[in-house]
Design a protein around this ligand. Structure first.
Ligand code: SF4
Length: 158
């Protein structure tokens, strides 16, 4: 791991100059996989993509908790990531129940697609402070990589 960190910092001079010789290591769980209705061309989770990915519904949140607690012994933060345009209310509720009693909730983040204002507030109330968002590409190039939603809507998704 030390060699890898040293290599990353050698390549990334800007990081080293502005943030020092430190990087933060995070980990994720793919909490729900495959069959996304969107057609983002780079993404193996899309149902339009022929990639041979595992397909499964939302993992039992208690299992997510167990894995995150183990993983957080070695990394600084842990992301719960799901495929799909968004999670439904029931799935958000299941996750929120678990987040509420998670001893290390301040080290958790989510990347769960589009979320409503209500879901955002629910996540916030149970202690989630990080919501991950991929930049992917510019607004002008966006129609070349996705046709099922536009850049404005994308800003609310993965
Ligand atoms: S919305 Fe997210 S999960 Fe679905 S295809 Fe696009 S990047 Fe992949």
């Amino acid at each position: 791991m030390e060699n890898l960190i040293s290599e990353i910092l050698t390549v990334n001079k800007s990081q080293k100059k502005h943030k020092g010789a430190r990087i933060k290591v995070c980990s994720i769980v793919n909490a729900k996989s495959g069959q996304c209705s969107e057609d983002c061309k780079f993404c193996g989770q899309s149902s339009f993509n022929k990639a041979d990915v595992k397909v499964y519904p939302l993992i039992d949140p208690e299992k997510i908790k167990e894995v995150s607690m183990q993983t957080l012994e070695n990394v600084g933060c842990f992301g719960v990531v799901s495929s799909g345009n968004s999670l439904n209310d029931e799935e958000i509720s299941e996750l929120c129940k678990m987040f509420k009693k998670h001893e290390k909730v301040s080290h958790l983040g989510v990347s769960i697609g589009k979320i409503s204002d209500v879901s955002f507030m629910r996540l916030r109330e149970v202690g989630i402070k990080k919501i991950h968002h991929n930049l992917e590409t510019s607004e002008s190039f966006y129609p070349n990589i996705c046709s099922t939603h536009d850049y404005q809507e994308k800003e609310l998704t993965h």
